[in-house]
Design a protein. Structure first.
Length: 372
């Protein structure tokens, strides 16, 4: 048997509905045994892409390969791909055992094998004692695990998960993020997870594709998307940012100098994918946690800093557990957000206090306004 590096490949696939390009020339290669998320806003084409991989929708052009072989002409039940839907689609009239055994019975597996496989998979999802329970007697989190067990008992090459946490309350969703990641490790099967929730995608995934208007804006590790977003869309969609308009006044090999509407000069990193030229209108992105907050007195008399600096007054302090978020009113930007860890002695940082915000040019992203 040939050994393939990729469990799933999509090669230049597209799907139009009338004039809507739901999926527009998308390619992806998912290495074996990884957790891959497709992240994007409502209507960006995630479900259409997933449906094409599962075989419920045919691409207008392009190819889809599972373990190196094209499945374009294979019906959904002939692809070794299983799917967990948002509403799980468990059979309410059957107990847990029969739900999980269903697919095995359809494929003619012997009774003894079914028994062994069902019990094995229940062990693996850490629910060894629920085989006889009705579906209605399970908690939301247990139903999720049974929905995954029902697919995994069939030993798929790829498991597709279509926003499976969407119907859960916030607390359970947080717990299930971690559980899903652990289950994926445990089965060592490629999971393709679609979501509009960036925190789900960042926590669970080895790789994330950020999708917008039917296209992939960027594919990378969660860290890469967060620290080096390739486009303005990714910078705005993944994580929080302060976002300001500015104009480029100079470009050097290492970065750009921009001038904000109120005349403050800031240094920013030059984007390799979307470079700017002098005179361009741009949009600047700075994450709240990259800002260092100083009492104004602490920087007065300081030699000219390499860092970008904005001065302002604390408007509000929003307590958020480990960190607090400051809303800072500066002369030029309406409200700037900065994250700080406030300790008992942080009396300088209170509403009304005069402070300076400082951050480096490398933490300042700059994209052409025309790309936003
Ligand atoms: P959501 O997160 O809201 O489910 P999505 O990212 O999954 O959205 P899709 O459901 O794939 O997006 O839809 C992408 C685009 O294609 C949308 O504009 C949608 O209206 C359109 N579309 C999807 N399916 C069809 C269809 N069967 N007929 C016509 N248009 C469709």
């Amino acid at each position: 048997m040939t050994d393939h590096a990729y469990d799933l490949e999509c090669i230049d696939i597209s799907r139009k509905f009338g004039s809507v390009r739901a999926v527009d020339d998308v390619s992806l290669s998912i290495p074996r045994g990884s957790f891959f998320s497709i992240l994007g806003p409502s209507g960006c084409g995630k479900t259409t892409l997933m449906r094409m991989i599962a075989g419920f929708e045919k691409p207008d052009h392009g190819d889809i390969r599972i373990k190196g072989s094209s499945v374009l002409n294979a019906a959904p039940n002939k692809r070794n791909v299983k799917m967990v839907f948002q509403h799980l689609a468990l059979f309410p009239m059957m107990n847990v055992y029969d739900n999980i055994a269903y697919g095995l019975r359809c494929s003619g597996t012997s009774k003894a094998d079914i028994q062994k496989k069902v019990h094995d998979v229940l062990e693996r999802v850490a629910l060894p004692d629920v085989a006889k329970r009705d579906i209605g007697q399970l908690s939301g989190g247990q139903k999720q695990r049974i929905a995954i067990a029902r697919c995994m008992v069939l030993d798929p090459d790829v498991l597709l998960l279509d926003e499976p946490l969407g119907a859960l309350d916030l607390k359970l969703r947080e717990a299930m993020k971690i559980e899903l990641k652990l289950l994926q490790h445990q089965f060592n099967t490629t999971f393709v997870y679609i979501t509009h929730d960036q925190s789900e995608a960042l926590v669970m995934s080895d790789q994330v594709a950020v999708m917008n208007n039917g296209r992939f804006e960027q594919v990378g590790t969660p860290q890469m998307l967060y620290q080096q977003p390739a486009t303005a869309f990714v910078a705005g969609f993944v994580g929080d940012s302060n976002i300001w308009k500015a104009k480029v006044t100079a470009v050097s090999a290492t970065g750009v100098t921009v001038c904000t509407g109120a005349g403050t000069q800031l240094q920013a990193r030059l984007s390799a994918e979307q470079p700017c030229r002098a005179g361009d209108n741009v949009v600047i992105y700075v994450r709240p946690e990259f800002m260092q907050v100083q009492a104004l007195g602490a920087i007065e008399g300081q030699a000219v800093s390499e860092l970008n600096t904005l001065q302002g007054h604390v408007d509000s302090v929003l307590f958020n557990g480990a960190n607090s978020r400051l809303l800072v009113r500066t002369p030029e930007q309406a409200l700037v957000e900065a994250d700080v860890t406030l300790t008992g002695g942080s009396d300088d940082i209170r509403p009304g206090a005069a402070i300076a915000l400082q951050w480096s040019s490398q933490q300042t992203l700059c994209f052409p306004e025309s790309s936003v």
